[in-house]
Design a protein around this ligand. Structure first.
Ligand code: XCC
Length: 639
């Protein structure tokens, strides 16, 4: 089983993270925090070196209390589990944990949509177009029903899709997956049940004396990745659109420089959009703005981090500041009055910096507590207090302004322009439809489409890999979509503007100019990877081909959260080759095919690769794109 992985080159501390980055704002903040002797995750990462090579190589088994066992190739753990099964079980456990996160996220948004539909919370459903579209896709009777009634029926189906413990046709899989893929997965025995059941199965199979067949463990990882996509991700993304509408393109500004010294600065962080949407509404209310002015502030700035940030960015053009890796840097500006955090990717280290600079942290998800932080939770089963609680959060955030020592604020001037809000519908509208976009692919003005997704990691210089990969793909005529923390990096680097088309080759540049789109399309948070997937599946359908034949790819250059495991595998299951930024010892960052012995490529028509080097990643993607074009006989001669 070729799933041995390890860290890439190991930067140590802020100094080296700063030295390797091309991000000027981050570099300024690294120096500032260094001078102020404030600790960040980069220092703690350096302090952990060298990291255990068995852990890095996925050869450490700690799934029972007899271990941990170091199970290198040819060795066995105490129970007799071999190295292949340990590596596969580690991958499956990681996937199960990531799936649990997406399930929790989806549960909150679906329950909120249900509450809004039933009038149990103060949210007016504004996503009528998505509600009607879903009702049709789920074959609901539409005639004579109100939008709210339809939303209620949809939410109940999605809830079933998250929790059912028996085999059945998963509603969103039936609604969105290509028929050819459903047949393939059925033949391979990979059709998922629900996110809940696949989480159970991932833990069950990997416990002491569970499954020791590495192939069966990989099978479950593939099945769980499909549940990840069709039970959890789709449910989160479409429920968010039912609640708040389908995003449309908007021009905005991003980066650390959106913070203002003389304003109340409130950051929102995490993944769920529910509490922060309401807090945003409150912060924009006359009452709260007056409160801010009374405290001496000239106004209120709201800035987004991580996927919660993406949600507000896509829906309202609210500026984003940074990603998971920059959250401590953002607080290190000393300009932030409050951070409103919900679920996942909120570092405990945030509180360490917050305590140094006097920033209020307000936790709003009962699953994610931080000792010493103010806790005002949103409970989707008791949503009646949302309005009151959001008001409380907004007041608390504004009150922080009077306490902050503004003379000490250090805000890098970097502000990047961005054109965001690229929902599936927005991309198709800008392209003039699916067919015209397919024509541009066929004639080679767009050589292929790659999506750059996932987290950021202290194992790579800050922000380097996604930018290097994107620039290299654009030079090769490949259009890019992006989500998650990778998207924050690309947004801050100024690649999500129409003007960035000058970085692309002549043909892609011309296509972007004609369509008036940026060459890197920020489609949303990680749940919105479904938007890119829809693009891929609909283009394949229009071409009368399988997704596994089309010139598409995924790169996840800096995996961090275990959620990153699911998305790479899920796209691979669709026939989209995926490259994960993992370093394989002795390979100098060059690509290595994973799960090769399992026959993954033959089964699903695409491979999963590990490659830490960004140039090698881009070259691999370009090769894959061009070889698929060749097989399709699509304009091979144009370049
Ligand atoms: Fe978290 Fe979503 Fe990963 Fe970033 S990319 S580290 S999961 S915030 Ni989703």
């Amino acid at each position: 089983m070729s799933v041995k992985i390890a860290a890439g080159p190991q930067p140590a501390g802020k100094g080296r993270a700063a030295a390797g980055t091309q991000d000027h704002a981050a570099r300024e903040l690294f120096s500032h925090l260094e001078a102020e002797r404030k600790e960040t995750l980069f220092d703690r990462h350096a302090a952990q070196q060298p990291q255990c090579k068995f852990g890095l190589g996925s050869a450490c088994c700690s799934m029972c209390f007899w271990g941990p066992c170091r199970v290198a190739a040819g060795k066995k753990g105490v129970c007799g589990r071999d190295a292949g099964a340990v590596a596969a079980a580690n991958a499956l456990r990681g996937l199960g944990a990531g799936l649990a996160c997406q399930l929790a996220h989806a549960r909150e948004v679906v329950l909120t949509a249900l509450a809004a539909a039933e009038g149990r919370c103060e949210i007016r459903l504004t996503g009528e177009a998505r509600i009607l579209d879903l009702a049709r896709r789920l074959n609901l009777e539409i005639e004579g029903k109100t939008t709210e009634r339809l939303a209620e029926e949809i939410a109940l189906e999605l809830l079933d899709g998250l929790g059912k413990l028996t085999e059945w046709p998963l509603p969103l899989l039936q609604a969105y997956a290509p028929a050819e893929r459903i047949e393939t997965w059925e033949r391979l025995g990979l059709l998922p049940r629900s996110a809940s059941l696949e989480v159970v199965e991932a833990l069950h199979r990997t416990s002491l004396g569970g499954c020791s067949d590495s192939g069966a463990l990989v099978d479950e990882a593939l099945r769980a990745s499909l549940a990840y996509l069709y039970s959890a991700l789709f449910a989160s993304s479409v429920s968010t659109e039912m609640l708040y509408g389908i995003p449309e393109p908007r021009a905005t500004e991003v980066n650390f420089g959106v913070l203002k010294r003389d304003h109340v600065n409130v950051l929102v962080h995490g993944h769920s959009p529910v509490m922060v949407e309401k807090v945003l509404e409150k912060l924009r209310s006359r009452k709260i703005r007056q409160l801010a002015r009374k405290a001496g502030a000239k106004g209120i700035v709201v800035g987004g981090m991580c996927c919660t940030g993406h949600s507000l960015l896509a829906e309202y053009g609210v500026p984003t500041v940074t990603n998971v890796l920059g959250q401590e840097l953002a607080l290190g500006t000393g300009a932030v009055d409050a951070v409103v955090v919900d679920m996942q990717c909120v570092l405990p280290g945030l509180k360490i910096v917050a305590d140094c600079v006097g920033t209020e942290i307000i936790t709003t998800c009962s699953s994610n507590r931080i000792p010493g932080a103010t806790h005002i939770p949103f409970d989707p089963e008791k949503p009646g207090t949302l309005d009151r609680d959001a008001d409380l959060v907004a007041r608390k955030a504004v009150e922080g302004f009077a306490k902050r020592d503004r003379s000490k604020a250090f805000i890098p001037g970097a502000v990047s322009q961005a054109l965001t809000g690229w929902s599936y519908e927005a991309i198709i509208a800008a392209s003039g439809g699916v067919e015209p976009l397919l024509e541009r692919l066929k004639d080679g003005s767009i050589r292929g489409i790659a999506t750059i997704v996932g987290c950021s990691s202290p194992k790579a210089p800050y922000g380097l890999r996604p930018v290097a990969i994107a620039r290299s793909l654009l030079e090769r005529g490949i259009l890019v979509t992006t989500t998650g923390c990778a998207a924050h990096t690309l947004l801050n680097a100024g690649l999500c503007t129409r003007e960035a088309a000058h970085l692309a080759d002549t043909h892609l540049r011309q296509a972007c100019e004609e369509l008036a789109i940026p060459p890197v399309l920020a489609v949303g948070g990680c749940i919105d990877n479904v938007r890119t997937l829809r693009l891929f599946t609909d283009l394949a359908e229009a071409a009368g081909a399988s997704v596994s034949e089309l010139p598409f790819a995924l790169a996840c250059p800096e995996p961090g959260n275990e959620k990153a495991t699911g998305i790479g595998l899920a796209f691979t299951c669709h026939g989209v080759p995926a490259v994960i930024g993992l370093h394989v010892p002795g390979k100098a960052g060059e690509p290595v095919e994973l799960f090769e012995e399992y026959g993954l490529r033959e089964k699903v028509g695409a491979a999963l690769y590990a490659a830490a080097d960004p140039q090698a990643t881009a070259a691999l993607i370009a090769d894959l794109v061009e070889s698929r074009r060749e097989a399709l006989v699509w304009s091979p001669a144009k370049r």
